[in-house]
Design a protein around this ligand. Structure first.
Ligand code: ZN
Length: 212
């Protein structure tokens, strides 16, 4: 039975590395797959991992229809066995539904990888639809740590070094504006208190009483 599996984790948990490994494992068994990504940090058409692995991938756009893509491959004599979908939180709910239909109607395995919640701790629409539709959700073991040493479970956004909890859900890379946008993973306690590593350092240096 084909499956729709959603592998979820925080930003630094090694999702892309696992996505590349998944593709490698299935390809090594002689299966034919397609690898997709959206707004990856390496720019378009690639999946890159923080460990330096990289692979050519198809970029998902707003107008991408996964059903059409797979049907075109079949028509060209390349039946597809599986899809690896990285950065799946950025896919639209409709695209996630297309993936579910591929599993059910064409027996294509879909391995989706993504983060669940944004810097405001709100679910991405694509991640929400994946949680609703997936046969399985695998929460990737968190390997990244908050600056305090606790498991990092939440994504924080900083603007010019200051943590923010409001703003556009998706801002990728250099926006061309004056503000410098960064991301950091934190434990929930420090996400709720809006304390990033630099914020904690600044407080300590000023001799303030810090309740960690
Ligand atoms: Zn912490």
């Amino acid at each position: 039975m084909a499956e729709l599996v959603f592998f979820s984790g925080t930003m630094d948990c090694g999702k892309s590395t696992l996505a590349l490994q998944m593709d490698h494992n299935h390809a090594a068994r002689g299966r034919t797959g397609l690898v997709f990504t959206r707004d990856d940090r390496a720019g378009t058409d690639r999946i890159s991992s923080r460990l330096g692995l990289e692979r050519v991938a198809r970029e998902v756009h707003d107008e991408t229809d996964f059903g059409d893509v797979v049907l075109r491959e079949h028509a060209a004599g390349r039946p597809i066995d599986y899809l690896v979908c990285d950065e799946a939180q950025f896919y639209s709910p409709e695209q996630v539904e297309q993936l579910a239909r591929l599993v059910d109607e064409m027996a294509v395995d879909v391995f989706a990888f993504g983060i669940t919640a944004d810097f405001r701790t709100r679910l991405f629409p694509g991640a929400a639809r994946l949680i609703e539709l997936a046969d399985r959700v695998e929460v990737l073991q968190v390997r990244s740590l908050c600056w305090c040493g606790a498991r990092a479970t939440h994504n924080a956004r900083t603007v010019d070094g200051v943590m923010v909890v409001e703003g556009e859900q998706v801002v990728v890379g250099d926006t061309g504006g004056a503000a410098s946008i960064g991301y950091e993973v934190l434990c929930r306690r420090h996400h709720m208190r809006r304390m990033t590593a630099s914020g904690a350092r600044a407080r300590t240096e000023h001799g303030a009483t810090v309740l960690l």
